[in-house]
Structure formats: C-alpha cells, structure tokens
Ligand binder design. Structure first.
Ligand code: NJP
Length: 231
C-alpha cells in the first residue's frame, strides 16, 4: 500500500536517514525542516515532497499537513524527529535558549501531532513515531533544559498513545543514545566515531522496524545505545 509519511527534522541527521529509508521502502515521504536547499536535494532522492517549516510555528505546521493532503490525499505516518539541544549548568542557561529547546522539542511535537491526529482518527489508522532520547528516562549534569524537554516529549507521546489507541492508531517512542549527527553543533564522521556513536541509519532502521510490526502489534518503546556507551 502507498503509505504517506511526514518526517520532521529531515534536512540532516536521523530525520534525513529516516526519510531516505522510508522512501526506499516505498513510502511517499514529506520531508519537513527549515533548511530549504537540503530539503530540495533530499526530495530529488526520495521523489517525495519537501516543505520548509518551523515545527514551533502553528501556521507552518498546519500548512505542512494541508499540503500533504492536497498532494497525496491522506497521511499514514508521522515521525516527530525535529529536535535541538545544548548543555550548560542551569544558572548559565539563557532563558531564551531554554525556551527555544522547549519550543522545538515539546511544542513542535505537540503542534505536529495536533495537526495530524484528527486525520488519523478519521481514517481509523495511523502511526506516530517519536524520536525521544535515552535522557527521556535518566537525568545528567548540564542537561536541565534538554533532559526536561525530552522527559516532557516522552510524557506527551505516552499520553497520546493512550488517547489514540481506541482509534487503531499506534504511537511508538524511540530512545536513542549517542548518534553521529549535527546535534548540538557536532560535526559527524570524526575519528573512531563508529565505536562511540550509532549511525543515523541505525535509528532509521529502528523506525522501519516499529512501522513494520503486524497490524495487531505495537512497539510502544524502543531504547537503543552504542554498545560502548555507559549510561
Ligand atoms: O540532530 P541534527 P539529530 N523546525 O542536528 C531540524 C534526538 N536525539 O538528527 O530546521 C523544523 O543532525 C533540523 O533542520 P533545520 C534529538 O533530540 C539525538 O541528532 O533545517 N525542524 C534538522 O533536520 C532530535 O529529536 C541524539 O535546522 C527543525 C534536525 O531537526 C532527533 O534525535 C541523541 C527545527 C536536527 O538534526 C534528531 O536529531 C538522542 C525547527 N524549529 C536523541 N529545529 C544524538 N544525535 O546523539 C531543528 O538521545 N530542526
């Protein structure tokens, strides 16, 4: 069947790998992020749609779903992956930076789900995959903003799972450990990184796995670490 998948944060990192893999598996992929050039390039490879949007902006988000429906007529899958993080002792955090982390990680997930869920409910099927973090379930120094935002995102997805289950809609949350991406201004591909970090494609494969579960099966939660990571 022709599955339509919206993937946020698709301009690089985990989201890009996920968009490419889902397209390879035959899905029609709607790639969402703010970086227009990267999205256009990706859409050439996926043969899908590229829609620039800020997931914190409700109008942008509504437009993503409207365009998706106009182009494909329906939506089956939402991958809430867009996310940011920075790490500082609490008292050094600029309040604006705190707000930005919560805006993208929590409000962005909220707005995307709010826009998509009514359509999934109406068709009585659908699958939301959230990319949370292993720090959705453990605290660490310098992670007040990021950790709190990822706990909040996890709680949002957990509540939503219970709301939409009666409509036949699945919510799967994936909790990655360290992944070699551009996260927090990293440059991927450093020396030895294959030993210390997962690859974006490892998480893309996890997304594929939860999406491929038989109709009667839902993978609620999936935590994945590099074998070397102490956590
Ligand atoms: O990071 P990166 P990841 N509106 O920086 C987009 C979680 N995670 O792939 O808008 C729309 O390479 C941004 O696009 P752009 C993490 O919390 C990671 O690692 O063009 N999109 C880009 O495509 C996050 O939820 C690790 O700048 C926005 C993407 O997000 C997810 O993995 C560990 C946006 C970020 O790509 C993907 O992050 C972990 C906005 N306002 C969890 N703001 C890890 N890497 O180690 C950003 O536990 N984006």
């Amino acid at each position: 069947t022709n599955q339509v998948a919206i993937v946020t944060g698709a301009s690089r990192g985990i989201g890009k790998a996920t968009a490419l893999l889902l397209a390879m598996q035959g899905a029609s992929v709607v790639a969402v992020a703010r970086s227009t050039d990267e999205l256009e390039e990706l859409a050439l490879k996926t043969q899908g749609l590229a829609i620039s949007a800020d997931v914190c902006d409700e109008e942008d988000v509504q437009n993503v779903v409207a365009e998706t429906l106009r182009y494909y007529g329906h939506v089956d899958i939402l991958v809430c992956n867009a996310g940011i993080g920075s790490f500082n002792p609490l008292e050094n955090f600029e309040t604006a930076e705190w707000d930005q982390i919560f805006d993208v990680n929590v409000k962005g997930t909220f707005l995307m789900c709010k826009a998509v869920v009514p359509h999934l409910k109406a068709q009585r099927h659908g699958h939301i995959v959230g990319i949370a973090s292993d720090v959705s379930k453990r605290t660490f120094a310098n992670g007040t903003a990021y950790g709190a935002s990822k706990y909040a995102q996890d709680a949002l997805l957990g509540s939503l799972r219970k709301e939409v289950r009666p409509y036949g809609i699945k919510v799967s949350t994936i909790y990655p450990g360290l992944v070699d991406t551009y996260f927090n201004d990293s440059q991927p591909g450093g020396p030895e990184v294959e030993k210390t970090h997962l690859k974006p494609s490892d998480i893309a494969q996890a997304v594929r796995y939860v999406l491929e579960a038989p109709a009667h099966v839902v993978v609620d939660e999936l935590m994945i670490h590099p074998l070397t990571q102490e956590w």
